[in-house]
Design a protein around this ligand. Structure first.
Ligand code: F6P
Length: 345
């Protein structure tokens, strides 16, 4: 019998997290009579051991709010100082929890998989603007970020055209180019550079020159922050590391802009969208997806379906095995990129 569960949000934030928290608390209360507590700042809060009760009242009015009312961090529950499987188990027992709901992206859900493998009762919810978690068609946050990126492409069009310029728009996408491909497709980009398909800067420049030679007065290039050059072409500068030892991405467009300007002879400008993509209110799709996933995740917990993650498949949100969902990253399929490529030029 499941009586009490804990919730945390881990990794980078995204729009839609509060929708999941609200839905999980409401479903737990009304359908299953389960009490819920929340850990602050991802697994950092679990390691610390302190938690606060989450109730219908305390989670009211948050559906449309960006960020996460619980705070978040990239702290790894197993590798972090003071952490480890035994500590996490101890805290879950201390709070008399029957299970832990982990709302996270690739890093956080991989940690959840490891905890589940060690016998802890865990259920996951996939969130990340990068949309790179497998086992679900879409992750929470992607749709809102995509809307922001698409609006940026649209806005860059008019100013690019006034000046006969090439505009580089850099969007997030550490390992995969979901935002770049979809925003590029939606905004009619003339080139899209993503990690899945290494680029040749000379070929990109030749393509842009050809386009302007046919009388076009602007070009838009969407670049994912994690885009990589083809082997044997240019070398990108080594990124610095962030506080968790991960490469701090962001800035590839600033490196490529002058190269494209030099190779094409056209005035080139660079826009880096950065964390604007992660902030602010979730769009309606992410509110609905977050709500559906919050409800489905608590249902999975109530029925003891541990070691699962809820994923969107067609019109349904269903449990999938957490270990399978975190075994590989979900990359942009070649066929999708090919569709975008039809409109290059
Ligand atoms: O993982 C999601 C993500 O938005 C990546 O696309 C990006 O590289 C990273 O987070 C940025 O992380 P931080 O907020 O730590 O700078």
């Amino acid at each position: 019998m499941v009586r009490r569960i804990g919730i945390l949000t881990g990794g980078g934030d995204c729009p839609g997290l509060n929708a999941v928290i609200r839905a999980a608390v409401r479903r737990a209360d009304t359908a299953h009579n389960i009490d819920v507590i929340g850990f602050r700042n991802g697994f950092a809060g679990v390691i610390e051991g302190t938690a606060t009760p989450l109730t219908r009242e305390s989670t009211r009015g948050i559906l449309h709010l960006g960020g996460t009312m619980l705070g978040t961090s990239r702290v790894d529950p197993i590798a972090a100082k003071g952490g480890g499987v035994d500590r996490i188990r101890e805290v879950l027992e201390m709070h008399e929890l029957d299970g832990l709901l982990v709302i996270g992206g690739e890093g956080t859900l991989s940690a959840a998989t490891a905890l589940s493998g060690a016998g802890l009762h865990v259920v996951g919810v996939p969130k990340t603007i990068d949309n790179d978690v497998d086992g679900t068609q879409f992750t929470i946050g992607f749709s809102t970020a995509l809307e922001i990126a698409t609006e940026a492409v649209d806005r860059l069009h008019s100013t690019a055209e006034s000046h006969n310029r090439i505009m580089l728009l850099e969007v997030m996408g550490r390992h995969t180019g979901w935002i770049a491909t979809y925003a590029g497709l939606a905004g009619g980009a003339d080139a899209i550079l993503i990690p899945e398909h290494p680029f040749d800067i000379d070929r990109v420049a030749r393509h842009l020159k050809r386009r302007h030679a046919t009388g076009r007065l602007f070009s838009i290039v969407v670049v994912a922050e994690g885009a990589v050059p083809e082997a044997g072409t240019i070398t990108l500068p080594e990124p610095e590391s962030d506080e968790f030892g991960r490469p701090r991405l962001g800035g590839i467009a600033s490196f490529l802009g002058p190269m494209i300007e030099e190779r094409t002879g056209f005035s080139t400008r660079v826009t880096i969208l950065g964390h604007v993509q992660r902030g602010g209110s979730p769009n309606s799709f992410d509110r609905v997806l977050g709500t559906s996933m919050g409800v489905a995740a608590v249902d999975a917990m109530a029925s003891g379906n541990w070691g699962t993650m809820v994923g969107m498949h067609g019109n349904a949100v269903v449990p999938v095995r957490l270990a399978e969902a975190t075994a590989t990253l979900k990359t942009v399929p070649r066929a999708m990129y090919d569709v975008a490529e039809v409109f290059f030029g």
